[in-house]
Design a protein around this ligand. Structure first.
Ligand SMILES: [Mn+2]
Length: 463
């Protein structure tokens, strides 16, 4: 597989045209016009917000320059990039921007011009499709057709299949993320608070050139591991047993999304290991079946079945057969989220077709409701949680409550929860795991203990 030298923007534009053609019959007098994000300031302040390029715009350009626009002539298949005009003040503060000539070399587009030419292009056609009208394209609104579902369909269907270039970006994000998770697991002598876990991840991400994480890291300890999107990240580890860290680096706008769970002192407690092994089996069994044509719903439901069998063995479930318990929905108390989601530029990438109104509560929060295809990148992230909030809520349904042995379940509250999350590329006949950091319980234990053995003075540790 040859990997292009530049972000393949023109191929992406062709992909979008191809999908658009299946929905709109005549594209001869139509263009796509998209505007990138602006560099914005904080309110009542001249400090800048972190710049985040608009993802659809990036897909069609590979350009991270604030205030840029793109015009795709669907008839001529010509991709035109508009750079912001040079502002003397900006040059004084920020230096010279990329020249037209350099931009033409750097980006895979047919033409690069300044944005004062935009009106000439928009006036060529009756219909200039755009995603929406906002402050980035407000001044051109009279010549734009926003919000057509066909455009979103075409953009999303294109983005859902990752090409070789995009896969390399995802691979790089995954590799950086592996190193960060390894660093976090190895540095317990300087990690006495959740903040230190967060800091260790960020430090190693930035050192590797990933200045932004793909999403706010979730760094929990003990009972907080039961909060799915815990973001406080500021509690002392103290005498707790468990850590859960869900964090991913970003590389050129492409995301990694990885979760690891491990014992604070390197030694798994009985309960922690039992739950870890259960989640690992949920992941192993679903991973095995990943290939084109596989229904993701089925894998998600399989993970529920594995959980139920494990819980019956552990005694957390009782008073019923695995079929009865499955039908009752009792497993959603402990595995409330989906098995995984699409991954790309967005951590929860576009095109998954979730149905949050699904009457089957097991499927309500599943963000991917499609049959897998070659080129999808998905997360496989089963989890088991013991959250008093979720339990209390689930117990309102007596038909769920009757299957839970509360005495036994309560023993698991101190560990909070376990999630294992890897990033998976669907290949021709199976899958490739892009995530390299080990999820083997014994290996993890060794890494944590080896770090502890090094002692605090081994680590870079100013305060
Ligand atoms: Mn995820």
């Amino acid at each position: 597989m040859t990997i292009p030298q530049r972000y393949p923007a023109r191929q992406h534009a062709l992909n979008v045209k191809h999908h658009l053609q299946t929905k709109l019959s005549d594209l001869s007098k139509t263009s796509i016009f998209l505007s990138g994000s602006l560099q914005e300031s904080d309110k009542y302040s001249d400090s800048s917000k972190p710049f985040k390029q608009e993802r659809y715009f990036f897909y069609l350009t590979g350009v991270n320059i604030p205030g840029s626009h793109v015009f795709y002539d669907l008839n001529k298949e010509e991709l035109v990039l508009f750079l912001p005009e040079i502002d003397q003040d900006d040059v004084m503060w920020s230096g010279l921007p990329l020249s037209i000539e350099d931009a033409s070399k750097k980006f895979d587009v047919d033409k690069v011009v300044y944005s004062n030419e935009i009106p000439n292009y928009l006036s060529k056609y009756d219909v200039n499709l755009t995603t929406d009208i906002d402050k980035n394209n407000q001044i051109y609104k009279n010549q734009l057709t926003p919000g057509q579902t066909e455009l979103f369909y075409a953009l999303d269907e294109s983005r859902i299949i990752k090409d070789s270039y995009e896969i390399e970006l995802l691979r790089k994000a995954a590799k950086i993320t592996d190193n960060c998770h390894y660093a976090v697991m190895s540095a317990l002598p300087i990690e006495t608070n959740e903040t230190h876990i967060h800091a260790e991840f960020m430090y190693h991400a930035i050192r590797q050139g990933s200045k932004h994480t793909a999403y706010d890291p979730i760094c929990c300890s003990g009972p907080s591991c039961g909060t799915l999107h815990y973001v406080k990240n500021d509690d002392d580890l103290g005498t707790k047993q468990s850590i859960l860290i869900d964090a991913g680096a970003e590389w050129e706008n492409y995301a990694a999304d990885v979760t690891r769970s491990f014992p604070i002192n390197g030694e798994w407690s009985k309960e922690h290991r039992e739950i870890y092994d259960s989640v690992k089996e949920m992941q192993d069994k679903t991973l095995e079946l990943i290939k084109p044509g596989q229904s993701w719903d089925e894998l998600h439901l399989l993970a529920h079945k594995v959980l139920i069998e494990r819980f019956l063995k552990l005694g957390i479930f009782h008073n019923g057969t695995k079929e009865e318990i499955y039908e009752s929905g009792a497993s959603t108390i402990f595995f409330p989220h989906g098995l995984g989601h699409l991954l790309g530029m967005d951590t929860h990438d576009v095109g998954g077709h979730p149905n949050y109104e699904d009457p089957d509560e097991k499927l309500q929060y599943l963000r991917l409701r499609r049959t897998l295809q070659k080129g999808y990148v998905v997360t496989d992230e089963p989890g088991i949680y013991f959250s008093p909030f979720l339990v209390e809520n689930g117990f309102k349904d007596v038909n769920k409550r009757k299957y839970v042995n509360e005495e036994i379940m309560k023993k698991y509250y101190p560990i909070g929860g376990v999630r294992i999350e890897d990033d998976i590329l669907v290949t021709e006949d199976g899958y490739e795991n892009l995530t390299g950091i080990t999820s083997d319980a014994d290996e993890i234990s060794k890494i944590v203990k080896a770090g502890i053995a090094k002692g605090r003075s081994y680590f870079h540790n100013v305060v």
